[in-house]
Design a protein around this ligand. Structure first.
Ligand code: GLU
Length: 314
């Protein structure tokens, strides 16, 4: 948290599917963290992923969150902020910090010479310096992407509020990472960084599947001239009994389905709060009543395992 200013947190759902227990646990932690520090909560709909976005999923998610007791102070949609991303692209391109790339995933894989961390592909910079503009690249391939020209020896280290110390040599691990598949820059990496800075987010609380994506975001933020970069707090995900990230095959854990079956919001919040050590198993509790019990210290560092029998008496 910034010592001088107010805490600003954000919830950033992507409307790619229905809100489920996994998303809600992370949002609950982010929300209570902000409120317990007297902070502001921003709701940011990350609706730029057009091929994966599902019609109506945004409104449904907002309704589910309200039903669960979440309240927010500001609301944004990334799809309405494209001019800001375009401006960032213009600045970065002017400084030769980004370039259009026409390599396919297969090209990138073929150029892979050494194993690299996680599932993020290393990109050796094949297209760096090849095209002077997006239009020129688009003549070679329909859908180029913007890549960040990572300066050599870009080592990013930070102290994650939950996951502790994390460090990555971005130039060696990721190489020139992709920013967006859209000429305007409307894509996850660029948009999330521009938005967190522009909205004055002081701490990003999110799932730890994004921990390894953070060094690239910090590097980009620095090159966008950020005076203050947010703190990061990555919390464990909810997984199914097979240890994999919660998905459809683990059964129906959609909030809307629980609601249809007559489950109360306090039962859902209580169930998730118990997994964070803030109440007893089986206790019903509202988000608001959790505020005085909130602590990051009681949250287990391993993923929370659920199965589909919950709330069915199973
Ligand atoms: N919208 C992203 C997601 O739902 C989260 C992005 C972030 O928290 O930085 O996966």
């Amino acid at each position: 948290m910034s010592i001088s200013g107010k805490y600003v947190g954000r919830l950033a759902p992507s409307p790619t599917g229905a809100l489920h227990l996994g998303n809600v646990r992370t949002f609950m932690i982010a929300y209570l963290r902000a409120r317990s520090l007297g902070g502001k909560v921003i709701m940011r709909m990350e609706d730029l992923d057009h091929p994966r976005d599902k019609a109506g999923a945004d409104l449904q998610a907002l309704e589910d969150l309200k039903w669960l007791g979440f309240e927010w102070d500001e609301f944004y949609r990334q799809s309405e902020r494209v001019d800001l991303y375009r401006e960032a692209v213009r600045k970065l391109h002017e400084k030769s910090l980004i370039y259009p790339c026409v390599c396919s995933r297969r090209d990138v894989e073929a150029a892979q010479s050494a194993p690299h961390e996680g599932d993020q592909l290393y990109y050796p910079g094949t297209c760096r310096g090849k095209f002077s503009s997006w239009q020129e690249a688009a003549k070679v391939k329909n859908s180029p992407c913007w890549r960040f020209a990572v300066p050599s020896q870009s080592v990013i280290s930070f102290e994650d509020v939950f996951a502790s110390y994390f460090s990555m040599n971005v130039s060696r691990t990721l190489g020139d990472f992709p920013l967006a598949r859209d000429e305007s820059g409307a894509g996850y990496t660029l948009a999330v960084v521009v938005d967190d800075l522009q909205m004055g987010v002081t701490e990003v609380v999110r799932g730890d599947d994004l921990l390894a994506a953070t060094p690239a975001q910090i590097l980009l933020a620095r090159h966008l001239g950020a005076e203050k970069i947010p703190e990061y707090c990555h919390v464990p995900l909810v997984v199914g009994s097979d240890g994999k990230r919660l998905a459809k095959r683990h059964g129906d854990t959609r909030i809307a389905s629980f609601r249809e079956r007559g489950v109360k919001p306090e039962e859902i919040i209580g169930f998730l709060a118990a997994s964070c050590g803030w109440c007893e198993k089986g206790e019903s509790v509202s988000l608001e009543n959790l505020l005085p019990r909130f602590s990051l210290n009681t949250i287990n560092h391993s993923p929370f395992v659920v199965d589909d029998k919950i709330f069915q008496g199973g």
